[in-house]
Write a protein that binds this ligand. Structure first.
Ligand code: SR1
Ligand code: MG
Length: 403
């Protein structure tokens, strides 16, 4: 199979049969296209004989969420498969195994995770994942530390950063997250009921300064190899297991962007629970669970990152300068809080929403959840540069109603 074209299910089966690591000669393969994301085709290939299965993910040359009018580089498939391989190595068991990558087809062939659920869906159904904070904090601490100037050879890091220049996908983030929500843009997408709140975003000069500073950091700070889109739709879970998928937005950027994405998506589920859990006590209990998860993710991440620093730092100045590690961790917390806020705001007024809130069928409750997410998001953005503790972010969420 040669030049790029979107695969048919039959072609996907033919290519899958070459994965001898999974399928034997007697395999009877079937295929289902299961992609429900914004950008790609995803085939689930199963051997009816052995029950074994794989996933084949093919990038389309445009953004599926918008259509062919929005062309998008196929190189993102190379970036994704290379990032997955690095993450699999640095955080064993927390990313899917890549079996093969076919660059001419922009196709990644990887471990099937369909015994897991997408975390966003799991949270919407009130699921609890007791090992999630432990797992995801290991994933972010390991992948961020060991791809940064603290944890890897600094010349190799520069070369690696070059291989992860990802201009088109970064541009999506720069526009959709750090620009469109604060101006009138064709990309924006929100309901007329919250026009007043959307207008307030456009008119808030204090907010714009904070977003401009966070945007500048996203544009210029190559701190570590980021996942780049670490929302709860990019994480598969079971109560025992966590797997991070979909790093096609990977690039060298500010670490807090990945951590902030996690916080934002836990908090958007928190807002959506106004609808999903009907009973007051159960909803309040679940919301406490979400806030505890956010707190645990930060505290565990911080402890693991500091341990890596103390045991494995390759930078003499960083390792031996009193106060530097504390300063670094504080900036990281501040960035994480600021990016969390930006990510919440974009999911309410910008392109591409989240099901936790968008699929609420009661329009009054949906509006209330949207307003609450905007209120929390803007408060986090305004807090970012002065934050000193994760508890401040938790308190903002717990104390912010729809406004
Ligand atoms: C056009 S892509 C829209 C969004 O989907 C991805 O998950 C990213 O978050 C991106 O911003
Ligand atoms: Mg994705």
């Amino acid at each position: 199979m040669s030049a790029y074209h979107p695969l048919s299910e039959q072609e996907a089966i033919e290519l899958a049969s070459e994965i001898t690591e999974v399928f034997g000669p007697e395999a009877r393969l079937t295929s289902r296209e299961i992609g429900d994301g914004n950008l790609n085709l995803v085939f689930h290939i199963r051997d009816e004989h052995s029950g074994r299965s794989i996933i084949m993910k093919q990038a389309l040359p445009y953004a599926k969420v918008v259509g062919e009018s929005w062309p998008l580089t196929l190189d993102r498939a190379r970036i994704e498969s290379d990032a997955l391989r690095i993450q699999y190595k640095l955080a064993p068991g927390l990313a899917p195994k890549v079996y093969d990558f076919k660059s001419e087809l922009a196709l990644t062939i990887m471990e099937d995770l369909s015994d897991h659920v997408i975390m966003r869906k799991g949270l919407m159904e009130g699921g609890r994942y007791p090992h999630f904070a432990e797992h995801i904090s290991t994933f972010i601490a390991n992948t961020l530390f060991f791809t940064s100037d603290l944890g890897m050879n600094q010349q190799e890091k520069k070369l690696q950063a070059g291989a992860f220049i990802n201009p088109e996908l970064c541009k999506i983030t720069e526009d959709l997250i750090f620009d469109d929500p604060y101006t009138v843009s064709d990309n924006n997408d929100y309901e007329p009921a919250i026009e007043d709140a959307a207008r307030a975003l456009r008119e808030d000069a204090e907010l714009h300064l904070e977003v401009a500073l966070l945007r500048e950091k996203f544009l210029t700070q190559g701190q570590a190899l980021l996942h780049g889109d670490l929302h709860t739709g990019s994480i598969f879970v079971t109560p025992e297991s966590t797997k991070v998928i979909d790093p096609e937005f990977a690039y060298y950027g500010p670490m807090g962007f990945d951590i902030g994405a996690l916080f934002a998506n836990l908090l958007m589920n928190y807002c959506g629970q106004a609808y999903w859990i009907k009973e007051d006590d159960a909803r309040s209990e679940y919301r406490s669970y979400l806030l505890s998860t956010m707190r645990d993710v930060w505290n565990l991440f911080e402890a693991k990152f500091r341990t890596h620093w103390d045991s494995s730092c390759v930078d003499r100045m960083a390792a031996s300068t009193p106060g530097y590690q504390d300063h670094y961790m504080r900036r990281l917390l501040q960035d994480s809080i600021g990016y969390a806020g930006c990510k919440m705001v974009r999911r309410i007024v910008g392109l591409s929403h989240v099901a936790d809130i968008n699929s609420i069928s009661d329009s009054a409750i949906r509006e209330q959840a949207q307003r609450q997410a905007l209120a929390i998001g803007t408060a986090l953005i305004k807090l970012n540069r002065t934050a000193s503790s994760i508890e401040q972010a938790v308190d903002i969420a717990a104390g912010t109603s729809a406004g």
